[in-house]
Structures are given as C-alpha cells and as structure tokens.
Write a protein that binds this ligand. Structure first.
Ligand code: GLU
Length: 464
C-alpha cells in the first residue's frame, strides 16, 4: 500500500503551532513510508477564508521545510467534482432532497427540546420503501441530505485514541449540499480524502465528532475508509489553552523572535510523540523513526524553556554559512548591511556558543561592524586613571605584532606583568573600549576578528 497523507488547513488565520505539528506529523509519516504528502486548502468557508491566510500557511510550511508532493489543492476550485458526486449519490439513493423550510426545522427543534430530546432531523423527506413522501413545495429550494444508516454502529480504531464506536441512532441525515447547491464542509472532506486516495488522516481531535459521519459517507460511496489518527490538543506552558503568548501565534513569529526552523521542528516533533529518551534529532532521523504508535493520547504541554534549549543547540551546531545568512538578515534590519562575510563567520563562531536566540546573537556581534555605544557604568568602572596607562602601553605594541589571538594574548600577559597588575586591569577596559560592555568571550579572539586597524582606532579614541 502506498501511504498518502494530507494536511488540510482552513485558511482562516496563520499557521500556528498546533497546525504546524499536524502538518509535520502528516509529512513525516508519508516520508517514513516513501509515500506522498498532499496539501489541501479547505477554503469553502468563504466568509472567513482569505488569500492572506493561504499565503501565511504556505510561508509557514516553506519556512519549516515541509514540502508537499501534491497540491496545494483548493476546495473552491473543486466544486464541479463535488457536484458530480452529489448527483451520483442522488441517483444511487444514498442521498435525497429535503424540502424542509427553515421555519419547519426551527419548529421541529423547538418541539424536540420541549420534549427533552436531542434536536435532530426527523427524516421526514427521507425516502423509504413503502413510505409516501409529501409533494415537493414549489417555493422551497431543496437541500441534499445524506441517507445515514439508521441501525448499527460506526466504529474505527483510532491510531492515537484507540477504538471509538458511535451508534448510528446518534447521527441524523446530515446536509451535504445547501439550497444553493454548494456542498458542505464534511462532504468536501469526504470526497477529497476519497479522490485523493488518502490512506492516513492525521488531524486535530477537534474533528473526532466529524469522523463517524465521514466514515458513513465514505462507505456509501464505496470508498476505502482511511486510517484515522486524532492528535490531542496542545496546552500552553501554564497548562491552559494555548494563548497568544505561547503557541497560538504564527510559526513565522518564531522566525521573528529568533528561532531556527530546525529547533522549532525538533521541538514540535517531541510535542506529544516520543522515541525513547531521544530529545535532539534532525528531520532526517525523525522521518526514519516517526510512527503513530508513540503519540500520546493525552494533551501535550508547551515548554518554552525546552524550545530555547533546542534553539541553543541548533545555533551552536548548524551550518555556519546558513547561520551567517540568517544573521546577515537580522543585522541588516539593525542597519548593518555590509558585514564582510569572513568576519561575520568568525564572529559567529566565537559568539554562537553562548547564544540561545538569533536576535540576541545578532545583537551580540553587532559591535564588530559598527562603533558601539559604550555602557556608561562600565566606562566609569573600568576606564580609570589607573587602567588608562596600562591600555596605552598595550596599544603601543599592537602596530607591529602578528595579528593572531596568541600574539595578542602574549602581549597582554607581558603588559600586565610589567605593570604588576592582574589580567582584568587590562582586559576589562579593553572590552569596554572595543565592545562597549565589560563582558565578552576572550578579548584576544575578539580583537583578532575585529582587526588591527579597528582595534587600535577604538582604543585610541579613549586615549587621546
Ligand atoms: N480544515 C480542517 C481544519 O483546518 C481540517 C480538516 C481535516 O483535517 O479533516 O481544522
């Protein structure tokens, strides 16, 4: 069997963390079995769907690298196909016309509620052997209803939640086409999953209630019923529903906030799925491991700290060229558009060890490319009548030495020995002069990358 999965977002908003995880799992499952992953845009809710939301979903998937083998298919462009299936079902007797007016249905509901019954369509236009139907009224355009089985159960072995059974008496005859002929949501999903030969439906468990109806319709169409895996919801850090502060935001916001897509993907992969104790793995590895047996049926909880930890890991280990490209973009936003590539790469090598965020990293290395604004408290504390002559002596030597971190370090040692002071008496004022603050990785490395000319100029600015 060729595995075929799909991601079927409704374009009513951006791609958020929950949607991205559904997409990731569907994508990985197809990859795992050398199958196909289909992208389908469910845009039939015309009032709420927007082209911007479609674009936001495509952008989010692109950023995460979730490539699809087929699509995007748009349901609004498939109306003719749905209508053909509706006609076929009417002809086959698995669907029928219902002429109930809104008033009639309201009255029916009212009556059922008064009698303490669950409101449901009573099947008054449902054809049955030996039943005489009323004459169709002239002034009502009919809807089309699916002829749901009246007896037995509809059941499936959910690959996450286990066996689920619903009695058919719980389900009424759902409308599959409105009076104006447009097909309804559940029906489009059924036709698409069928015609797109979807073998595994992986989706949020807010759709569990739709599944029995969809299975009944698939059966009526003679379609093979796919496997279903309903993913539990994702809770926020605080155990509450995801809020704007964590997760219920566009995945693109993670880009803005300084996360690598690798980190977000690795994080999402572990959100409700596990492979032993493995926490850190790339997508290639994930696609060889991913299965539906190790998805937890309980809700997953978002953990920002863990995401940050993974981000730090990927910032440390990712390809330096790729990192440089990303940081160059962030530096440009901060007004530095001409960072020399070799210098940028060296700066990143030195600083990425201590970073867990790309924005922070860009900010940390900004001083290499433009004069820093020195921190006044650090200036006052470290650039003093005591330290200035030490730095001045040191600066004298810089013109002629080899420009390597080792040589710079050797001169620093020599100067502090001559002046009989501890190393920080030289290193700290130097940091403030060169970087603007008193913290940095080893200052000889910083100077080496900053370059002889810039280092001397920045020191001299304080000596003159
Ligand atoms: N369009 C639905 C949604 O965005 C998903 C439907 C499905 O996966 O079957 O929630």
């Amino acid at each position: 069997m060729q595995v075929r999965t799909r991601f079927a977002p409704s374009p009513t908003g951006f791609l958020h963390i929950g949607g991205a995880r559904t997409a990731l799992f569907s994508w990985a499952y197809a990859k795992r079995f050398q199958g196909q992953f289909v992208l389908r845009i469910e845009d039939t809710d015309v009032a709420r769907s927007t082209p911007e939301a479609v674009q936001a979903i495509l952008d989010g998937m692109h950023w995460l690298g979730l490539d699809y083998d087929e699509g995007p298919f748009y349901q609004m462009q498939r109306m003719d196909q749905y209508k053909v299936v509706i006609q076929n079902m009417l002809a086959a007797g698995t669907a029928y016309l219902c002429y109930c007016s809104k008033e009639e249905l309201d009255a029916l509901r009212e009556q059922q509620m008064q009698q303490g019954q669950k409101p449901r369509y009573d099947g008054r236009w449902r054809p049955e052997a030996g039943k005489v139907l009323p004459a169709p009224p002239q002034d009502v355009s009919p809807v089309v209803r699916f002829k749901n089985p009246t007896a037995g159960v509809v059941a499936w072995d959910d690959l996450v939640k286990g066996r689920i059974e619903i009695s058919n008496t719980e389900l009424d005859d759902v409308i599959i086409a409105r009076a104006d002929g447009t097909p309804t949501y559940n029906f489009c999903v059924v036709v698409d999953d069928w015609e797109m030969n979807i073998t595994h439906v992986i989706r949020g468990d807010d759709h569990v209630n739709n599944t029995p109806r969809q299975i009944n319709m698939l059966n009526a169409l003679g379609a093979k019923v796919p496997e279903y895996a309903h993913l539990s919801m994702i809770l926020g850090d605080d155990g509450q529903k995801l809020s704007k502060r964590h997760g219920a935001v566009s995945v693109m916001q993670y880009d803005e906030e300084g996360y690598l897509p690798e980190a977000v993907l690795n994080y999402l992969a572990r959100l409700g799925w596990s492979h032993g104790d493995d926490e850190v793995f790339d997508m290639q590895q994930f696609c060889t491991w991913f299965d539906l047996d190790h998805i937890t049926p309980s809700a997953a909880q978002f953990n920002t700290e863990k995401l940050n930890w993974l981000n730090a890991h990927y910032i440390k280990t990712c390809d330096i060229g790729k990192l440089a490209q990303d940081i160059a973009k962030r530096l440009a936003q901060a007004g530095v558009s001409d960072a020399p590539p070799a210098q940028l790469a060296s700066a990143l090598q030195l600083y990425r060890e201590r970073a867990n965020n790309l924005n922070q990293l860009a900010q940390d290395i900004h001083f290499f490319f433009t004069l820093p604004q020195a921190n006044a408290a650090d200036v006052e504390k470290h650039i003093t009548p005591e330290t200035l002559p030490i730095v001045a002596d040191f600066a004298q030597k810089l013109q002629t030495i080899d420009w390597t971190a080792e040589a710079i370090h050797a001169v620093m040692n020599e100067i502090v020995t001559t002046h009989q002071v501890k190393f920080p008496k030289l290193a700290m004022p130097l940091r403030v002069m060169l970087i603007g603050i008193a913290q940095s990785p080893s200052i000889d490395q910083v100077m080496m990358i900053l370059g002889r000319e810039a280092s001397i100029a920045r020191i001299n600015a304080y000596l003159s």
